[in-house]
Design a protein around this ligand. Structure first.
Ligand SMILES: O=C(CO)[C@H](O)[C@H](O)COP(=O)(O)O
Length: 226
């Protein structure tokens, strides 16, 4: 599995060019990309800037020698590279296992090309088949939102910390609800609908924004495009 992650991360380097601003996703697959990007910048003396989507990617980018800027310091993001938890046949995604979904969506939505890195185990026929949809919520509203999600036939759980007592706190100071849906008929509709609930900051359905998905398989890297 680690070999498949490394292979897609390496393939994603072919999208990198000099003078680019690159959105840096979060998670174990993107971590390989960030390290390789640091090496490429050094070897080819590229002038490339990274915009991190989380504390994790910011720390790793700095460690890898990638100059880091914030969203308000640039007019345009050329490409963004990130992992995903599920990918459906229309390249709609579920993201947010790493609780970084809000900043990921802000940056990836604005990227000229959004490239997703997954291994073949992440491909599903229908979103929500295996994974819950992470939803970032204002802490005071978590219980009310969890109850409201029942209207959508979803069972929501408050995500709890590991090596921390109590709930996970996101990089933005909020809670995460993991919502298991019986069925997601229309990902775009559901994404929009969830964001209309007061107290929801953002949800982990990324419909219609991935341009390219690089899939690591035992037979090599496959490229899916919209
Ligand atoms: O959405 C994410 C973090 O919020 C990750 O990109 C997603 O969970 C995939 O991670 P990994 O590459 O470790 O499987």
């Amino acid at each position: 599995m680690e070999e498949l992650k490394k292979a897609v991360a390496k393939e994603a380097l072919s999208f990198v060019d000099d003078d680019m601003v690159i959105g840096l996703g979060t998670g174990s697959t993107t971590a390989y990309f960030i390290k390789l990007l640091g090496e490429l910048i050094r070897e080819e003396e590229l002038e490339v800037y990274g915009i991190p989507t989380s504390h994790q990617s910011r720390l790793l980018a700095i460690e890898s020698g990638i100059p880091v800027i914030s969203l308000d310091e640039t007019d345009a993001i050329d490409i963004a590279v990130d992992g995903a938890d599920e990918v459906d046949p229309n390249l709609n995604l579920i993201k947010g296992r790493g609780a970084a979904l809000t900043m990921e969506k802000i940056i990836e939505y604005r990227a000229g090309t959004f490239i997703v890195l997954v291994d073949e185990s992440k491909l599903v026929e229908r979103l929500g088949e295996k994974m819950p949809v992470p939803i970032e919520v204002i802490p005071a509203a978590w219980r009310a939102i969890a109850e409201e999600l029942e209207v959508f036939n979803a069972k929501a759980e408050l995500r709890m910390g590991v090596k921390k007592d109590g709930p996970v706190i996101t990089d933005n100071g909020n809670f995460i609800l993991d919502a298991k849906f019986e069925r997601i008929e229309d990902p775009l509709d559901m994404e929009i609908e969830l964001n209309t609930i007061p107290g929801v900051v953002e949800n982990g359905i990324f419909a219609d924004i991935a341009d390219v998905v690089l899939v690591g398989t035992r037979d090599g890297v496959k490229k899916l495009e919209r």
